[in-house]
Design a protein. Structure first.
Length: 342
């Protein structure tokens, strides 16, 4: 009986100690499995994605919403990096250096230095980002891409359900796009919830996307994450087949540009009435019905099914590894005025 008060005291002390462990150091915005994401890291990443705007304060509601979105993305990236490390899939230094050289190759030394300064980055920051990107790509390839299997029956079933889509009344082009617009529109959504607020932001954002495409990043993933076209961003920017006459009617300059492109080619940044866009030409198709025996039809169907499975498996995989990770989002608690002990 004399031990009961002592036991209660020990339990109370343990609970107090556990509650104290929830209080982060002043410079930590979040932890993932006890690895810290500092406020300095967050501010740097936030500044790259959301340059300061006149009249906007650090505690402005929209600023905090954007900052929480950036932090969520950084948390997801850290979760994936830790999984890549656990599976022995971290990028090799030689691969990082090769990608760095490829990205730098399109600029003079002065231009490259200026571009880094605009992004408030150092060369080492960029190499760190490249390492993360390559490591996560290796993880995705092993855990997702390698497990996707599209059978002949899958292709045949898709063709049977969509045969009319392969009957072209006139020559068509299969396009994908990434779009940024200068209009502040809260209804526009993408995976990163990233929206330009004015022309300068739209132009800068598109230039950053262009740089990442030149560095070898996947067009469809960048479109899902950042494109401001609500009709195509969720599908990796895929606009489907567009007739040559419709393209010319919409914009004769675009028609001329696309006519000079080859399948797989990505356009430079194009300024149009809507804002800034980058196009990718997926294929060119003459008029007439395309049969299933046509290798181009089979390739198109396989790519469509692969992209669907890839997006589905990526979402499921990320959700699964999130559930396995121990995440403490201290910034969210402070903003939401949440008591971690409750």
């Amino acid at each position: 009986m004399h031990r009961l008060p002592l036991l209660i005291t020990l339990i109370a002390a343990a609970l107090v100690s556990a509650g104290c462990k929830k209080t982060p150091p002043a410079n930590i915005s979040a932890t993932v499995n006890d690895r810290a994401i500092t406020f300095a890291d967050l501010e740097k990443q936030f500044g790259m994605q959301f340059p300061p705007q006149p009249g906007q304060t650090e505690n402005d509601d929209q600023t905090m919403i954007n900052k929480l979105e950036v932090l969520r993305s950084m948390i997801d990236q850290e979760i994936m990096m830790q999984r890549a490390e656990k599976n022995g899939l971290l990028a090799q230094q030689a691969d990082v250096d090769a990608d760095f050289a490829k990205l730098k190759g399109g600029f003079t030394e002065e231009e490259f230095k200026k571009r880094l300064e605009e992004k408030k980055m150092t060369a080492e920051d960029l190499k760190s980002d490249i390492r993360k990107k390559l490591s996560i790509e290796k993880l995705i390839t092993k855990e997702i891409t390698s497990k996707i299997n599209i059978t002949d029956k899958d292709v045949s079933d898709f063709y049977g359900s969509n045969k009319q889509n392969f009957n072209l009344a006139e020559p068509q082009v299969h396009l994908a796009q990434i779009l940024t617009t200068p209009v502040a529109d809260a209804s526009i959504r993408n995976l990163k919830n990233d929206k330009a607020q004015n022309d300068d932001q739209a132009k800068r954002k598109m230039q950053q996307i262009s740089d990442r495409l030149r560095a070898g990043e996947d067009f469809s993933m960048l479109a899902q994450n950042y494109s401001e076209d609500p009709g195509s961003s969720a599908n990796g920017g895929d606009l489907g087949f567009v007739s040559e006459s419709a393209l010319e009617k919409a914009n004769i300059d675009l028609r001329r540009l696309v006519s000079q492109m080859q399948p797989g080619q990505i356009s430079p940044v194009i300024k149009t009435g809507e804002g800034y866009r980058i196009l990718k030409l997926l294929s060119k198709e003459p008029a007439g019905q395309r049969e299933l025996s046509d290798p181009r039809v089979q390739q198109t169907i396989r790519e469509t099914l692969m992209n669907r499975k890839d997006q589905l498996f990526r979402s499921a995989f990320l959700e699964a590894v999130r559930n396995e990770a121990h995440v403490e989002n201290y910034l969210a608690r402070v903003v939401g005025q949440l008591d971690p002990k409750k």
